[in-house]
Design a protein around this ligand. Structure first.
Ligand code: SF4
Length: 328
C-alpha cells in the first residue's frame, strides 16, 4: 500500500506553494488530524519482535548443542565452548561446507558402524543448513522491524495496530499505517505516514515534516485532544507555535462525575505557599520527592510526589487508596 500514490493528495501538496502565493492558504495555520489506513496485507501475516527475538535466542542454543555434538576438529573450533560466540548465517555456511568437504575426503566406509557414522554426519550437516536458513530469516525480520514491535510479512512497511473499525469488537490488531494530514482552508498542506499508532507520538515528527516542506513552522496549530501532551506543548512553545490543542483529560474534566470525585488529585485543595495538598480527610500531603521519567522519544518529564502522613485506620481509605499498606 502506498498512500503517496494517491493523486489527489499529491496534487494538493505540489500546488500548496502556488495556493499560498494566490492567497488561498497562508501556511500560518495547520489543522492536524490522523486516521488509520488498513494495509491490503492479510491480518495473519504478522511478525512480532518479541517472538522473533525469543526464537532466535532458542535457535542459537540449538546451534551450540549441535556443534558440541559434532566431534569434528573444524566444528569444535567454532563450537559452543566459547559462550560469547554469536553465530551468523555465514559462519554456519562455512562450518557446513567444511564438514561436507571432510566427508568427501573420507575413505569408503568398510563396515556398518562407519556407514552409520557417515549417515549421522550428513544428517548433522543438513541440520546446520536448516538452522542457517532459519537464522537468516530471523535476521531479516529484525532488520525489517527496525524500531517497530511488529510488521507484516507481505507488506513490510505496515505495522500492526488497532483500527477504528473493529467489527468483532475484540481489539484485534491489523496491518496498517497511521496517516497524518495537515490542512488549511480545506487544502491539504502536508501529510505523512507513521508506524506509531498513537497520535501523540506523531505530532513532533509531523510538525518537523511541515518545516522540511516549507522551511518554516506554522504559527498556529490546531488538533484534537489526542495530540495533547507536555512533550508536544513544550515543542510547540519552543518553536513559537500557538497551540490550539486540548489536553488528554479535557473532555473527562467537563463531566460531573469527574468534578464531584473528591479523591482525584485534580480536585484536592493545593496550597501554593506551603506546597502541600489537603486530602479528603483534611490531612496535609507534603511533598516527599521528585520522579524523573523519559518518554520513548527521549523527552524528560519531572513529577512532584506528595504523600499523606498516616492513612492507617482512615474510614475513606477503601475509596481513596487501593493499596492495603502504606500512605497515599
Ligand atoms: S486514605 Fe489517607 S489520603 Fe486518603 S483520605 Fe484517608 S487519610 Fe486522606
Amino acid at each position: 500500500m502506498r498512500v503517496c500514490q494517491n493523486r489527489h493528495i499529491l496534487f494538493f501538496l505540489r500546488k500548496a506553494p502556488t495556493f499560498s502565493s494566490q492567497g488561498f492558504v497562508s501556511l500560518d495555520v495547520e489543522y492536524i488530524d490522523g486516521t488509520k489506513i488498513e494495509s491490503k496485507a492479510n491480518k495473519y501475516t504478522f511478525v512480532w519482535r518479541k517472538s522473533v527475538e525469543k526464537n532466535r535466542a532458542k535457535l542459537m542454543e540449538k546451534v551450540k548443542v549441535l556443534l558440541s555434538q559434532i566431534d569434528d576438529a573444524i566444528a569444535q573450533d567454532k563450537s559452543a565452548e566459547d559462550e560469547g560466540v554469536c553465530f551468523t548465517p555465514e559462519t554456519l555456511t562455512e562450518i557446513a561446507d567444511e564438514l561436507r568437504q571432510s566427508l568427501e575426503e573420507q575413505p569408503e566406509p568398510m563396515n556398518k558402524e562407519e556407514k552409520k557414522a557417515i549417515r549421522e554426519r550428513k544428517r548433522q550437516v543438513r541440520q546446520i543448513e536448516q538452522m542457517r536458513d532459519k537464522l537468516s530469516e530471523y535476521n531479516t525480520h529484525i532488520e525489517t522491524l527496525g524500531e517497530r514491535n511488529s510488521c507484516s510479512k507481505t507488506d513490510p512497511d505496515a505495522t500492526f495496530m488497532r483500527m477504528k473499525e473493529d467489527a468483532m469488537n475484540n481489539g484485534q490488531t491489523k496491518p496498517g499505517y497511521n496517516l497524518q494530514i495537515g490542512t488549511e482552508n480545506q487544502f491539504i498542506t502536508d501529510f505523512a505516514l507513521f508506524h506509531n499508532p498513537n497520535d501523540t507520538g506523531t505530532m513532533k515528527p509531523f510538525l518537523d515534516s511541515f518545516y522540511n516542506r516549507y522551511g518554516r513552522f506554522a504559527k498556529e496549530v490546531c488538533a484534537d485532544s489526542g495530540y495533547g501532551s507536555e512533550e508536544n506543548y513544550s515543542f510547540m512553545e519552543s518553536h513559537d507555535m500557538e497551540a490550539y490543542v486540548k489536553y488528554n483529560y479535557f473532555h473527562k474534566e467537563q463531566k460531573r462525575a469527574f468534578k464531584q470525585d473528591i479523591f482525584r488529585i485534580e480536585n484536592l485543595y493545593y496550597s501554593p505557599d506551603g506546597d502541600y495538598f489537603v486530602c479528603p480527610m483534611g490531612q496535609h500531603m507534603e511533598r516527599v520527592g521528585t520522579r524523573h521519567n523519559k518518554t520513548e522519544r527521549g523527552y524528560r518529564t519531572v513529577n512532584a510526589v506528595y504523600r499523606a502522613h498516616r492513612c492507617d485506620g482512615c474510614p475513606l481509605r477503601f475509596r481513596c487508596y487501593k493499596r492495603k499498606y502504606g500512605n497515599r
